[in-house]
Design a protein around this ligand. Structure first.
Ligand code: SF4
Length: 228
């Protein structure tokens, strides 16, 4: 299987792969993605309806009372850091970008609390700019498949970006993430995987070795070093 065949197989597995965060515009997705660091999309989706009602735009969020904001986002974890980052990025959006979310990687990563992964999520899902977010699932699955050989999120982003055309980047990331959550878990369910014939880990016997040795082999995957 070529890399394109492998991606086709993943997209067949997960035809509706998309971000699971709920949002109506780029500002809301930016806020939700910042909140999703060290949390789950489901947990963030519980918090954001009330949050977006209270702070519908950068102007409102920039004026937020930190203690109140911390209470609202408490359940997503790291709430003090996140509250400061959200007020900081809203202030920066107002002062530097006229209250809009810039469709530009460099401008996005200059915002407080925003790393390449968050920037790529927002670019690809809300701003129509190709973006390839790399999280721990993308790192694990892409390495097992043999599409990349690195645990550095930025290197993996560029390596995957070189394998696929820009118009497929965002869905490639979404499909890899869903595959990592549902099938190519830390303990992979290879018998259910359509990408098996093209999978380096499977073809090289990783799954068989793992079956004999418990989860040891499966755990030898890149560490989750992706920054939000
Ligand atoms: S064959 Fe197994 S290790 Fe390879 S991508 Fe599929 S689930 Fe993951």
């Amino acid at each position: 299987m070529t890399p394109t065949d492998v991606l086709d197989a993943l997209e067949t597995h997960h035809p509706n792969a998309d971000t699971e965060l709920h949002f109506r515009n780029a500002f809301e997705l930016l806020v939700a993605t910042v909140l999703s660091a060290q949390s789950t999309d489901a947990r963030v989706n519980e918090v954001t309806p009330a949050l977006f009602a209270r702070y519908p735009d950068p102007k409102a969020l920039a004026r937020a009372d930190l203690a109140e904001l911390e209470t609202q986002i408490h359940s997503t974890g790291f709430f003090r850091q996140k509250a400061r980052a959200l007020v900081g990025l809203a202030t920066e959006l107002l002062e530097t970008h006229h209250g809009t979310v810039p469709a530009d990687m460099d401008a996005l990563v200059a915002l407080p609390g925003v790393g390449r992964k968050t920037a790529n999520v927002v670019l690809g899902h809300a701003l129509g700019v190709p973006g390839l977010p790399v999280d721990r699932h993308v790192l694990r699955v892409a390495n097992r498949l043999g599409l990349v050989t690195s645990d550095d999120p930025v290197k993996v982003e560029h390596a995957l970006g070189a394998l696929f055309p820009p118009e497929r980047w965002t869905r490639a990331s979404d499909a890899l993430i869903l595959h990592g959550r549902r099938i190519c878990k830390p303990k992979p369910l290879c018998d259910r995987c359509l990408a098996r014939p093209g999978c380096h880990y499977y073809v090289s016997g990783g799954a068989v070795i793992k079956a004999g040795r418990g989860a040891q082999k499966a755990s030898k995957t890149p560490k989750a070093r992706a920054r939000r």
